[in-house]
Ligand binder design. Structure first.
Ligand code: ADP
Length: 486
């Protein structure tokens, strides 16, 4: 998996998941509370209905007693029928209460009401009414006294039940009220919290997704306008940062490619021009050089000195022309495996023989073989070692290190103890005619780079171990088995 892959998806899932989880939790809580309120209200209605029926029963019992009293007062049975109706109503209400009794205590109370009601009815029909009709005042009084006891007993039971159910209603009301208040508080808290949380999620998504995407889009737009110096911040740890890094790498590669193209175009242009005029210039130059040498042999004193200067300058012109010609044909000819150690030692020996190294100590370390045209390799090595020796100066040191890495790239690193290369010079080192040396042509490194590239390699420069610059020539190495041939 690519580094940072899925991070944006994870972030979005996390943010929206958290929001959904919050809403789900809040909805779950609200549903729970609603069901609490629903149950509480239902129970409240039930108990309220029971208490109302108990009150109706109390009224019906008083009604029954009223007809009993009217029977005594009127002294006839004209209220017998009304009494029976009231009794039926008491009975029906008692049956209703019996079905609604919740526990043993309530059931016992209702049973007692039922029994007392039955007893009252029997007393009315079998004792009180016959005594009234018989005008037996004493029997009537006794029966009335007992009837009153039954009525009071029923009233007391009904009152007990009513109080009990009123109390339950109070409890349910308090519970429902508490749940309502609680739900309201939580709803307010959730509203405020959800708003803050949603704002936080918005800011989080903005920072971790929208902003990097906007920066990417801005960078891509600048790139599309041809601005190759654009650099997109890579601080995002996810795939957006990875994408920014890739875009930056792509821009860097484009920049390098573009400057390489420009360089190649420049070299090709110079090469074409050089190839066109070199031949014409070379011949007259050869003639000038020949005459200058001839005249030098004949001349004496200051004239001989002047002719030596003419010769020197003509030689310099020849070098420039040769360099220009090299730029136009850096890699023509067959390549072969070349032992780098021997090539380097040979170059050092030649330079030292021709006193071009001066009092500079040159060491060669390591071994390796590269695919290259031997004279071209010698030309590059000569240039690099001569430059290093010049930079190191009197009493300086130059070290040549050869190695071949696992990817079969052979390297020759030439380090010196000179002043090194400034940042500014480093960008122009390989441009034709860039020189800081009096009398330099500025073609050596441009030609060397052209040769290295023509062989599928390159020259890099950085700070070396001896305190000065390090120029590293990289070339393709042959497979191991072919090294032996070299
Ligand atoms: P020239 O030697 O004619 O100047 P080159 O192309 O060989 O041309 O070198 C170009 C420039 O690169 C030199 O003038 C010098 O400024 C710089 N340069 C090359 N080699 C070194 C080195 N080893 N240390 C410091 N600067 C160097």
């Amino acid at each position: 998996m690519r580094p940072g892959s899925g991070t944006t998806t994870r972030r979005l899932l996390l943010a929206f998941g958290a929001l959904v989880a919050l809403f789900a939790a809040a909805s779950g809580y609200a549903l729970g509370r609603l069901s609490d309120i629903h149950e509480g209200t239902h129970a409240l209605r039930e108990v309220g209905g029971r208490a109302r029926e108990a009150r109706e029963l109390a009224t019906a019992v008083r009604d029954q007693y009223a007809h009993l009293a009217h029977t005594i007062i009127l002294g006839n049975d004209s209220h017998r029928h009304f009494h029976a109706e009231a009794r039926a109503r008491v009975e029906a209400l008692t049956r209703g209460l019996s079905a609604q009794a919740r526990d043993a205590e309530e059931r016992a109370a209702v049973a007692d009401i039922q029994a007392s009601g039955d007893a009252l009815d029997v007393l009315y029909r079998d004792t009180l009414l016959p005594a009234v009709l018989a005008k037996d005042a004493r029997a009537v009084e006794a029966a009335h006294g007992r009837a009153l006891e039954w009525v009071n007993r029923i009233q007391a039971r009904v009152d007990g039940l009513t109080e009990r159910w009123d109390a339950s209603m109070g409890v349910f009301e308090a519970h429902v009220g508490a749940v309502e208040r609680d739900s309201f508080r939580w709803a307010l808290l959730f509203l405020g919290g959800a708003t803050l949380f949603a704002a936080g999620v918005g800011v989080y998504i903005g920072n971790s997704v929208a902003r990097p995407v906007a920066r990417l889009s801005e960078g891509a737009a600048r790139l599309a306008r041809g601005d190759l110096d654009v650099r997109i911040p890579e601080d995002d740890p996810g795939e957006l940062g990875h994408l920014a890094a890739q875009l930056n790498r792509m821009t860097g590669a484009l920049r390098a490619h573009q400057s390489q193209l420009v360089q190649h175009e420049k070299l090709a242009g110079i090469g074409r021009l050089a190839a066109g005029v070199a031949h014409e210039i070379n011949n007259p130059l050869g003639v000038i050089l020949g005459y200058a040498r001839l005249l030098q042999r004949r001349a004496e004193g200051p004239l001989a000195e002047d002719l030596r200067v003419v010769e020197e300058e003509a030689v310099r012109c020849q070098h420039i022309v040769e360099g220009l010609l090299d730029l136009s044909r850096p890699g023509r000819g067959p390549v072969e495996p070349v032992a780098l150690r021997e090539a380097c030692e040979d170059v050092v020996a030649r330079l030292s023989e021709s006193a071009l190294l001066g009092p500079v100590a040159v060491e060669v370390h390591g071994e390796g073989v590269a695919w290259v045209q031997p004279p071209r390799l010698r030309q590059v090595l000569l240039n690099l070692v001569k430059n290093a020796a010049e930079a190191a100066g009197e009493g300086g040191r130059v070290e040549v290190r050869i190695d071949v890495d696992a990817a079969r790239v052979a390297r020759v690193a030439v380090s010196d103890s000179g002043p090194g290369v400034t940042e500014e010079a480093r960008a122009r080192l390989f441009e034709p005619f860039f020189t800081t040396r009096p009398g330099g042509t500025g073609l050596g490194l441009a030609v060397s780079q052209a040769i290295a590239e023509a062989h599928g390699g390159r020259i890099d420069v950085d700070a070396g171990p001896l305190g000065g610059a390090r120029f590293t020539l990289s070339l393709p190495a042959p497979p191991r088995e072919q090294e032996v041939a070299a």
